[in-house]
Design a protein around this ligand. Structure first.
Ligand code: PLP
Length: 459
């Protein structure tokens, strides 16, 4: 089909997600046609470095035929059967593999078809679990400002992002929010404060929220190891150990939402391993199949299943396509390549270079803060680095979206420009990227941000 025809049909029929469809009634829709390794190509043949791994998901990049072969083989063998009252070998094998890889006794795997469903399932499981053990009053959830946890009503309610939530009110009751770990801007962070002291302040805020809500009514705290939304907020030193201790003190579950941070994004199979804490549940998706098939999972500690191991008891929740055989085959092939090609080692070896390259951009006056871990970094842009003054709404629109975003795409780099907190550029390249691709990212950013800085100087 020609590009013109595709444009016409897309404008008429395709409803793109979180997308200003009005804009695309008069502008070309970027249409991607194929991918290879760290690169994708549009229908006009233009090549782009996929600096966002699609959407934090294509860990092994594009065109991995070992995964697609495994999916085809599974499709011929058994294309679909639900895991409701039945099982099939790929679901069993993938569950066992995840249990082997996950830390501690995180051994019980509940599959979903994506990240929102994993978060939704976690809240539902926690609520039913507490009801089963007679703690009927525990249902509330605490999460952090700006955090994104998905779009289904439960997951959406856990979001700390007003822009995503407000038009869908009334939401699921029982959620509240505390400050995130943005060391660059948090009101808790003062001149000369150590990372440990900052961690203490952030943790105290969580404990205060629990006490305010009534500890006997709080069921869980949902946190990402590195918070994506807002631009890669890393936890301060000892933060998760303090949160774990607070959760234990009040019998509250700690959910590590690793929809982005699992499967090597931070150089470890799971994000919680990087920061050395054991959550009660890990929610994950995206990189589980390197995005070759839609799939998510909730990985639970052993004790969570105990009430459900009695006869005549079940978790009253299920999803038709969860644990889909072809997705499981993709997941198994994906994790095999992780081991065979030492993907975690690649991220760990190259993280210092990636950081150094991005921190090298500090000589550009609009680069305010570079933060992140593994292959997951955010660059906060500012109007004035000395005062940390940020852009007003119109300036952010003009600089971040109209200029930086457009120029990066023209220069062949796909990444994300986001102003859900302060304006940031987010980077999350495929985990197979090496020094060449990381250098290409930094070189393109330097070119575009240098031009953007000249525009900002004229504001
Ligand atoms: N949780 C986190 C931390 C995420 O980053 C996302 C999506 O980016 C989700 C949940 C929702 O996942 P999905 O888009 O697969 O539903």
């Amino acid at each position: 089909m020609s590009n013109e025809k595709l444009q016409e049909l897309a404008r008429k029929h395709l409803w793109m997600h979180f997308t200003d469809m009005g804009y695309f009634q008069n502008n070309d829709i970027p249409i991607m046609s194929h991918g290879e390794g760290c690169y994708v190509y549009d229908v006009n043949g233009k090549k782009y470095l996929d600096g966002l791994s699609g959407l934090f998901a294509s860990q092994l990049g594009h065109g991995q035929s070992e995964i697609t072969d495994a999916m085809a083989k599974q499709g011929e063998q058994l294309a679909f059967f639900p895991i409701w009252n039945h099982a099939h070998p790929p679901a069993i094998e993938l569950a066992a593999k995840l249990a082997e890889l996950a830390p501690g006794d995180l051994n019980r795997i509940f599959f979903t078809s994506g990240g929102s469903e994993a978060v939704e399932s976690a809240w539902k499981l926690i609520r039913q679990y507490y009801a089963e053990i007679g703690e009927h009053r525990r249902y509330k959830v605490i999460s952090r400002n700006l955090a994104y946890h998905g779009t289904t009503m439960g997951a959406l309610s856990i979001n700390g992002l007003n822009d995503c939530r407000n038009m869908f009110e009334p939401l699921v009751p029982g959620t509240s929010y505390v400050g995130n770990t943005n060391a660059y801007r948090s009101h808790h962070m003062t001149e000369g404060m150590s990372s440990e002291e900052f961690a203490e302040k952030c943790a105290i805020e969580i404990e205060q929220a629990i006490i305010f809500q009534g500890p006997e009514t709080v069921a869980a705290v949902f946190l990402e190891p590195v918070q994506n939304s807002g631009g890669c907020f890393v936890p301060p030193e000892g933060y998760f150990q303090k949160i774990r201790a607070i959760c234990d003190k009040y019998k509250i579950m700690l959910v590590s939402d690793e929809v982005i941070c699992a499967f090597g994004r931070l150089g470890y199979m799971f994000g919680c391993e990087r920061f050395d804490y054991l959550p009660d549940i890990i929610t994950c998706a995206k990189g589980l199949t390197s995005a070759y098939a839609p799939m998510g999972a909730m990985i639970c500690r052993e004790y969570l299943m105990e009430p459900f191991l009695k006869e005549d008891k079940s978790f009253n929740h299920g999803i038709t396509f969860a644990g889909h055989p072809i997705a499981c085959a993709a997941g198994l092939a994906n994790l095999e390549i992780f081991e065979k090609e030492d993907i975690l080692g690649n991220v760990r070896r190259n993280e210092p270079l990636f950081r150094e390259l991005l921190e090298g951009l500090y000589d550009i006056p609009i680069v305010g803060d570079v933060r992140g871990a593994g292959y997951f970094f955010g660059i906060e842009l500012v109007k004035d680095r000395a005062t940390k003054e940020t852009f007003n709404e119109e300036e952010a629109e003009e600089i971040l979206f109209n200029f930086v975003s457009t120029r990066l795409v023209e220069a062949g780099l796909i990444c994300r420009t986001d102003d859900r907190g302060e304006p940031v550029i987010q980077l999350s390249p495929p985990l197979i990227a090496g020094p060449d691709e990381l250098t290409e990212i930094a070189t393109t950013l330097r070119k575009v941000l240098t031009e953007a800085a000249k525009l900002v100087a004229k504001l």
